[in-house]
Design a protein around this ligand. Structure first.
Ligand code: C5P
Length: 417
């Protein structure tokens, strides 16, 4: 599974092994960012990690420049997995205490998922009761420790405390299963526009950028779901770890969605694509010539993917989330669409204005659901109203908020089978 790994490097001799680790992780397909303690930069220069990871290295919690580029909160959200290697006795002690006195501890405290620690230190330090007490506390909080191993140590002694070799760390990471509230769930997200060809060079399409759908795929994956993204033509890279199926037309999108549903049961379907409602009735084999002053196009209705998925028999029907881009009264139009399409949840937003919606990095959503629908799926965790507004915010944050809502109201009391 391809993911974003945030590697924290502490100040120990073993820091040099982490440079090799970055190289191996990238070769494996991980996107890697690095943060270092001040002491770590005394052992290995941050430029080494910058060159190997392809990203600037975060070294300072109080540096305004670094914080505005990608601050500790953003780093914590960006990371699918935080790996601290080497983790020193000092770092373990500070983490145990919940201290936030550098970028590494700040990120670990701000992250949703617990970090993975790869300890490295002299064996007397490792076996010291203080370190062992910290180890116990750390492990009781669900934080995984990889190693330490036994062998020759940098101080010349031999014993327990040696950092695992980069290859071994990679193998152990492969074994760690993805964690998160949607672990074991499968989700399919449609995203982007469709293109409906008129002739070999022209098509009908729309302004959808795919940003919202890609952000949702990423947020679902970060929550532990295994995600398939069926995407129309956009210029975005697929989120690491998400399987992407590329399509052009609405009919291709329809086929790709149903092929996936036929393959294995799906828990969640999120229809975020701006699917063309109509396609040209005929696709000209050659380029259409301009002959007359006026030209009339004949269009045929495309199948409505969301409606058809929502109408599947109960044993094959996933939880269905639709989107509605409207230019008018989003509440009224959204409620009507929710009913007509048979979705469980509808996320409506305004488009065509000056801010938010298509192409923009920000958006606001009004969530609408049926009377009793969320409660029905979620036992005794009723939601207060049948509507919730998610205010204007970056699409990645909005996606995380929407995924949390889905988790809480449609899946929390409905364990995966
Ligand atoms: O009817 P409208 O296109 O506004 O509906 C939007 C919702 O329906 C979105 O969730 C969109 O992905 C989905 N849709 C679909 N297949 C279509 C048209 C829309 O799945 N042919």
């Amino acid at each position: 599974m391809k993911k974003n790994i945030l590697l924290g490097v502490c100040g120990g001799v073993a820091a040099y092994k982490s440079a090799e680790l970055v190289r191996l992780l990238r070769r494996e397909g991980f996107e890697v960012r690095v943060m270092m303690t001040a002491a770590a930069t005394r052992f290995v220069g941050s430029l080494t990690f910058q060159a190997l990871s392809g990203h600037p290295v975060a070294t300072d919690l109080l540096d305004a420049g670094q914080e505005s580029a990608m601050g500790h909160i953003h780093l914590a959200r960006w990371a699918d997995r935080i790996l601290i290697a080497p983790a020193t006795a000092n770092f373990m002690a500070r983490l145990t205490q919940g201290m936030v006195d550098d970028i590494l501890t700040a990120v670990c405290l701000a992250a949703r998922a617990p970090p993975v620690l790869v300890p490295a230190m002299n064996s007397a330090m490792w076996l010291n009761p203080a370190t062992q007490a910290n180890r116990e506390i750390i492990e009781s909080r669900g934080i995984r420790l990889l190693g330490p191993g036994r062998g020759e140590l940098a101080c010349g002694e031999s014993g327990e405390g040696r950092m695992l070799e980069p290859e071994e760390i990679l193998n152990r990471l492969r074994e760690l299963s993805p964690t998160g509230p949607l672990q074991g769930r499968s989700a399919l997200v449609t995203a982007g526009p469709t293109r409906e060809p008129l002739d070999p060079v022209r098509f009908i399409s729309n302004r959808s950028s795919g940003k919202m759908g890609y952000a949702l795929a990423e947020a679902l994956q970060a929550a532990g779901a295994s995600v398939t993204l069926v995407s129309g033509p956009v210029s975005l890279a697929p989120p690491p770890g998400v399987e992407r199926v590329r399509v052009e037309t609405a009919l291709e999108m329809y086929d790709a969605v149903f092929a996936r549903i036929d393959q294995a049961p799906l828990d969640l379907f999120v229809a975020c694509a701006a699917v063309a409602d109509y396609r040209p009735a005929e696709v000209s084999a050659g380029k259409i010539k301009k002959n007359d002053a006026n030209m009339t196009l004949s269009l045929t209705r495309n199948p409505d993917i969301l409606t058809e998925v929502a109408a599947l028999p109960a044993d094959r029907r996933p939880c269905c989330v639709g989107f509605a881009a409207e230019t008018g009264d989003i509440r009224r139009l959204g409620e009507e669409k929710l009913r007509r399409k048979g979705a469980d949840l509808l996320a409506a937003n305004l488009v065509g204005g000056t801010q938010g919606g298509f192409e923009d990095d920000n958006n606001a959503l009004t969530l609408l659901w049926h009377d009793g629908q969320a409660e029905k799926r979620c036992g005794d965790a009723p939601v207060a109203d049948l509507r919730m507004d998610l205010p204007m915010m970056p699409k990645r944050e909005l996606a995380a908020a929407l995924v949390s809502f889905i988790e809480e109201h449609f899946f929390a009391c409905n364990p995966s089978s």
